[in-house]
Design a protein around this ligand. Structure first.
Ligand SMILES: NC(=O)c1ccc[n+]([C@@H]2O[C@H](COP(=O)([O-])OP(=O)(O)OC[C@H]3O[C@@H](n4cnc5c(N)ncnc54)[C@H](O)[C@@H]3O)[C@@H](O)[C@H]2O)c1
Length: 316
């Protein structure tokens, strides 16, 4: 039977934590947020103001949203009555190791303990926990911003229990996300490995003077980005092979594809190259502020999600 998740603790209220907090509250959960940052109250209020209209545009009832989000003075207070904890602190093994030891001590025994970690697998920060505690720790890695981008990579550690994996899938589904369970811990998980494979080539192409950062972004958003919002790389190739499908693609274009893989670049990214790249990106986007750029990104992201909803409705 699916477990009930009524109270969530959000540990760390930076980019990711603030977004999760709004999403959980918009799905009716009581949320307790903690972060040592001195401007926590303002940051939470500002995030709720910014994100609530976006969630309303996704069809959620955001009435009383702010009343469900509470500030907690510390981790112990945040997790005291939590059914689920989402950790979003700094990406450092020692930090997560200390924090999860506290979570195990302070949270109720039934609480599901999730980490947003982008690259560190949970086995790396749970070695000192007893089996029964490690059994309920796992990764729930979102994509930024998690209140809009649906994917959550659910990655169990070596000692995570199967019931915790199912609970995590149920929990993320209940807050409108699309969980995908990944069965082997690998640094960066799947999404960030794919992203980094692409970033490596993007940086190489800019370093080589083939394209500017702005034009590279234009290539992505006007081709692969659009395509990949509708079909992933494998279905894309299956269709790219025509009626003969992936087999035709692999057997006929496979050899030239392998040749292309062998010629992919590795950027040098010496300090000078890195500085040159930073300056080129700042030249392209530095005249807009962070709120301006995120507002535009979120508006366009919402438009894509709504368009996909409409297309799927027409099909059904
Ligand atoms: N930014 C992204 O695109 C992204 C995407 C997916 C996952 N993540 C992961 O999410 C986590 C958080 O990333 P972020 O980008 O939100 O970082 P961030 O730097 O914006 O936020 C981290 C927050 O943790 C707080 N913090 C520090 N010590 C703490 C403590 N003892 N207790 C509670 N909070 C504490 C900091 O004050 C800060 O506000 C990381 O593990 C990161 O890898 C980030």
């Amino acid at each position: 039977m699916t477990r009930a998740f009524r109270t969530a603790a959000v540990i760390g209220a930076g980019t990711i934590g603030l977004s999760w907090a709004t999403l959980f509250a918009a799905h009716g959960l009581t949320v307790r947020v903690t972060d040592p940052r001195p401007d926590l109250a303002e940051a939470v209020a500002e995030a709720l103001d910014r994100n609530a209209p976006q969630l309303a545009a996704r069809g959620l009832d955001v009435t009383g949203l702010a009343d469900r989000v509470h500030l907690a003075a510390d981790v112990a207070e945040a997790v005291r009555d939590a059914d689920v904890v989402q950790e979003n602190g700094p990406e450092r093994v020692e930090f997560k190791q200390d924090l999860f030891a506290t979570l195990v001590r302070e949270a109720p025994d039934h609480a599901l303990l999730l980490s947003s970690s982008s690259a560190i697998p949970s086995s790396a920060f749970t070695p000192e926990l007893p089996d029964e505690a490690a059994a309920r720790v796992l990764i729930g890695h979102p994509f930024n911003p998690p209140h809009l981008v649906p994917l959550v990579e659910v990655v169990p550690g070596e000692r995570t229990g199967e019931d915790a994996v199912q609970d995590a899938v149920d929990f993320y589904t209940s807050v409108g996300r699309t969980p995908v369970v990944e069965r082997k811990e690998i640094p960066g998980f799947v999404g960030n490995r794919l992203q980094n494979a692409l970033s490596r080539e993007a940086v190489y192409l800019v370093e080589q003077g083939v394209v500017t950062p702005e034009d590279l972004d234009k290539v992505m958003t006007n081709s692969l980005g659009l395509r990949w919002a509708t079909v992933g790389p494998f279905l894309g190739s299956h269709l790219g092979g025509g009626p003969g499908g992936y087999r035709h693609m692999a057997e006929h274009i496979g050899a030239s594809m392998k040749q292309m893989w062998a010629g992919l670049g590795t950027p040098s990214q010496t300090d000078e190259e890195q500085e040159r790249l930073i300056e080129a990106v700042e030249k392209a986007y530095g005249s807009s502020t962070y709120p301006e750029l995120t507002e535009t990104r979120d508006r366009r992201q919402l438009a894509v999600l709504s368009a996909l909803d409409s297309a799927d409705k027409e099909e059904n």
